[in-house]
Design a protein around this ligand. Structure first.
Ligand SMILES: *Cc1c(COP(=O)(O)O)cnc(C)c1O
Length: 425
């Protein structure tokens, strides 16, 4: 029996309707930008396995650092104890995060990094004697699957059955440049009528919504308004962090700096699960008190796991290397070239790019997880390209180390799809 056959007996996969999608692809090996299935077929990982392994799968630098670390210290509790990997990682993150960030709280996935930020913002106001229970977020944002993170997310396909149980969230449309005044007015109204604790957003690009890019000035205006009203601004950089937008963080491109930043995914370069929530000194100080209850009583068992910390450090070393920065520039340029080629294709409604993130909308109507999407996905696989369309959006966010030839496998798959889209559709 194949791995894929045996999978069917006991396993329940994430984000999967098993009745209509019974078949998984059994993967045996991965290296660089490629993974290999149990029949020996190779696929270019066009989405860096959900934006994680940006320096390539099984990166030798990361593996050797973690191998060395695991001989010395595996895991210890991070309450009362500390260790070199956590301390050094905090120093390295502080060197590259925006200057206003002062403290780092570790957890183990993107959703918990958001959950931590949301709870910290609520308690920040609580500790200062204010009851501020409303959160503000963008329409169609995605922030994760735990209850707090799900509450601020605005994608109904994930949220349906739980909506009645959410935290109180007010939603803003994305600023497009044209609607900035209206969005700002809407925010002002919310601030007048509600006790708002925090404003959370995916800076510059909404990932799960379909790599939707929006107006930087509009975001900065909203952030400034939030700050004037004592509202904590939370940049969810779980997707955008570590080079994807062309800078280390999307927040680097903003004049106004967020009060909190959520990190995960590429933080550990695809090797191990880990997340971090950073915040300003002012936020930390609202918790610093003689009274124990004013502390932040939130913690996950695997907090600051030394192996995950080491993977993250090795990842940051790679990110900052001249070689990786050159790869990022190279992929950006390849995307621009590809865009020139296809942007006027009649089957392409719109294209967009930020850093190494490239997306195009097909000029066809389709459901986010509908049948056409499944056929697109299988079509790409048959071309050796691992791409997961989001609705009618096809996006490429490949590892930075993807070679030109491997990028061409992705581009060729998209181009040949555009030729055949009438057939596929
Ligand atoms: C993926 C993602 C999350 C959730 O991360 P998990 O590790 O899947 O829980 C949160 N925010 C954004 C922007 C993401 O892209």
């Amino acid at each position: 029996m194949t791995i894929a056959d045996r999978d069917k007996k006991y396993l329940w996969h994430p984000l999967t309707q098993h009745k209509t999608h019974p078949d998984m692809l059994g993967i045996t090996r991965a290296e660089g930008a490629v993974f290999i299935d149990e029949s020996g077929n190779e696929y270019v990982d066009g989405i860096a396995s959900w934006y994680t392994c940006v320096y390539g799968h099984c990166n030798p630098h990361i593996i050797s650092r973690v191998q060395e670390q695991m001989q010395q210290l595996d895991h210890v509790i991070f309450s009362g104890l500390t260790h070199e990997p956590a301390v050094r990682l905090s120093e390295m993150l502080m060197e590259i995060l925006p200057d206003n960030q002062a403290k780092i709280f570790f957890s183990d996935n993107g959703s918990t990094s958001v959950e931590v930020a949301v709870k910290m913002a609520l308690q920040y106001h609580f500790n200062r004697g204010q009851k501020r229970n409303t959160l503000v977020a963008f329409e169609n944002g995605f922030h994760g699957d735990t209850f707090g993170a799900m509450s601020v997310s605005g994608l109904s396909v994930y949220n349906g059955p739980f909506e009645d149980l959410f935290l109180e969230v007010e939603r803003l449309p994305l600023p497009t440049g044209e609607n900035n005044e209206e969005v700002l007015k809407r925010f002002e109204q919310i601030l007048k009528n509600k006790q708002v604790s925090s404003f959370i957003f995916e800076p510059l690009v909404q990932g799960a919504a379909g790599m939707i890019m929006y107006d930087k000035d509009g975001l900065e205006a909203l952030m400034s308004m939030a700050k004037e009203h004592g509202v904590i601004t939370i940049a969810d950089e779980v997707m955008t962090g570590f080079g994807k937008t062309g800078t280390n963080f999307a927040s680097d491109q903003l004049e106004v700096k967020p009060d909190m930043i959520c990190l995960s995914k590429a933080l550990t370069a695809g090797l191990l699960p880990m997340a971090a929530t950073s915040c300003t000194r002012e936020i930390y100080e609202a918790f610093y008190d003689d009274e124990i209850g004013r502390g932040f009583f939130h913690g996950h068992t695997y907090t600051a796991n030394p192996l995950a910390c080491t993977a993250a450090m090795a990842g940051i070393e790679l990110l900052l290397s001249a070689e990786m920065q050159a790869h990022i520039k190279r992929i950006e340029a390849l995307h621009r070239e590809f865009d020139q080629k296809i942007r006027n294709n009649p089957r392409v409604k719109q294209t967009r790019q930020l850093g190494v993130i490239y997306a195009l909308d097909l000029d066809v109507e389709m459901e986010r997880y509908g049948d056409l999407r499944k056929r697109l996905y299988e079509y790409f696989l048959s071309k050796g390209a691992f791409l997961r369309p989001l609705g009618n959006t096809i996006y490429i966010l490949a590892p930075y180390v993807t070679t030109n030839d491997q990028m061409n496998i992705l581009y060729d798959a998209v181009e040949s799809l555009l030729e055949e889209v009438a057939v596929v559709g």
